[in-house]
Design a protein around this ligand. Structure first.
Ligand code: PLP
Ligand code: COI
Length: 341
């Protein structure tokens, strides 16, 4: 029985669910892990996560398909990215295959929290890892915890698929060299001030530029950019070592090419060429595809030709094709849609 939740009006927030998975790493090995009901964590005041921010995370979604299955989308890629994130922060790797098993177990245990098909909501899955034992000298912890919790969510941006206004961030997203492509808490901590500034000024998000030259487009606080060329035939996505390798973006590049017959260009994107694109969007697990209608810069606004009223035709088609693949209404490439129940 689905829980008594107003699924259609859910925002992107935290609602405590019944079960979470916990596994501990001690003396060089992970234990088997178990499902527990306690949502709180008690840790020593000197735990590595508190002192030196040793924490990494992932995000993916589980949802109902039309024929009544509960599935998730490419969880193996989230597992691999968590491995990369852990390595970069000198944490032990939680193996991707065990990661996928843990995700499945938690979703199955919380099946009542999976939003019904057609509500537009989904179950957001948040796997993460942290250093748990006391560390006072600057060094990695010796003990870690891996956890997976879930929360039902609606659209990331208020208004769902309505175009948003964003601004060029006044701040660099100061991810230390070589950490931009991993999902580490420290990268997000460094973006919070910029995000709040943008919100205070009435913008939904930031466009971060490359810190060295401030001429190239990077990403936003929680999504990669996608652009549609003026003739509508090419999907362009920024290439940079300091942005997160979005699983949604990599999937959309494949979908654009193989399902929609578009050309795809993964390359550096200059801020100066953004005014020439027909459509601009943000893509990610939380954002899915959210259209951008206006980009505020210190030299005036870039008004995207597709406007502020509706998503443009190419992104609409791309978004619908991705959603149809995810929900089993179009045949997915091998291994993309993983059945949980
Ligand atoms: N960029 C950032 C900074 C993110 O936090 C996310 C969300 O995970 C993305 C991009 C999109 O990545 P994905 O499509 O793998 O969710
Ligand atoms: C995700 O899309 O999973 C993210 O981690 C982005 C975050 C803004 C919720």
């Amino acid at each position: 029985m689905a829980k008594n939740i107003d699924w259609k009006n859910l925002g992107f927030g935290y609602i405590e669910s019944d079960y979470r998975f916990v596994s501990n790493y001690k003396d060089g090995a992970w234990d088997e892990g178990q499902l527990i009901t306690d949502a709180n964590i008690v840790l020593n005041e000197c735990a590595g996560v508190f002192q030196y921010a040793q924490t990494v995370f992932e995000g993916l979604k589980a949802y109902y398909t039309k024929d009544g299955h509960v599935v998730c989308f490419r969880p193996d890629l989230n597992g691999q990215r968590l491995e990369d994130s852990a390595r970069r922060l000198e944490m032990p790797v939680y193996p991707a295959d065990k990661f996928v098993e843990a995700v499945k177990r938690v979703v199955e245990a919380n099946i009542d929290s999976v939003p019904p098909y057609g509500t537009g909501a989904s179950l957001y899955v948040r796997p993460y890892m942290m250093g748990t034992n006391p560390v006072i000298g600057v060094k990695p912890a010796d003990e870690y915890q891996f956890r997976v919790f879930v929360t039902p969510v609606g659209p990331y941006f208020k208004g769902g698929a309505k175009p948003i206004s964003i601004k060029i961030s006044d701040f660099d997203r100061a991810a230390p060299h070589g950490t931009g492509h991993i999902k580490a808490g420290l990268n997000y901590a460094m973006s919070l001030h910029a995000i709040q500034e943008a919100h205070r000024e009435g913008f939904a998000e930031n466009m971060y530029l490359d810190p060295a030259t401030r001429t190239k487009v990077e990403e936003t606080g929680g999504a990669n950019f996608i652009f549609v060329s003026s003739d509508g035939h090419t999907l362009i996505t920024p290439k940079s070592d300091s942005i997160l390798p979005s699983i949604t973006r990599r999937s959309l590049m494949y979908v654009a090419e193989h399902y929609l017959g578009m050309k795809v260009a993964h390359r550096e994107v200059l801020l100066s060429e953004v005014k020439d694109f027909a459509e601009v969007g943000l893509c990610g697990t939380a954002a899915v595809i959210s259209p951008v209608g206006r980009i505020h810069t210190n030299d005036g606004d870039i008004l995207v030709p597709s406007g502020m009223d509706d998503m443009g035709p190419v992104l609409t088609k791309l978004r619908q094709t991705l959603l149809d693949i995810q929900h089993g209404e179009l045949t997915a490439p091998e291994g993309w849609v993983v059945t949980i129940k």
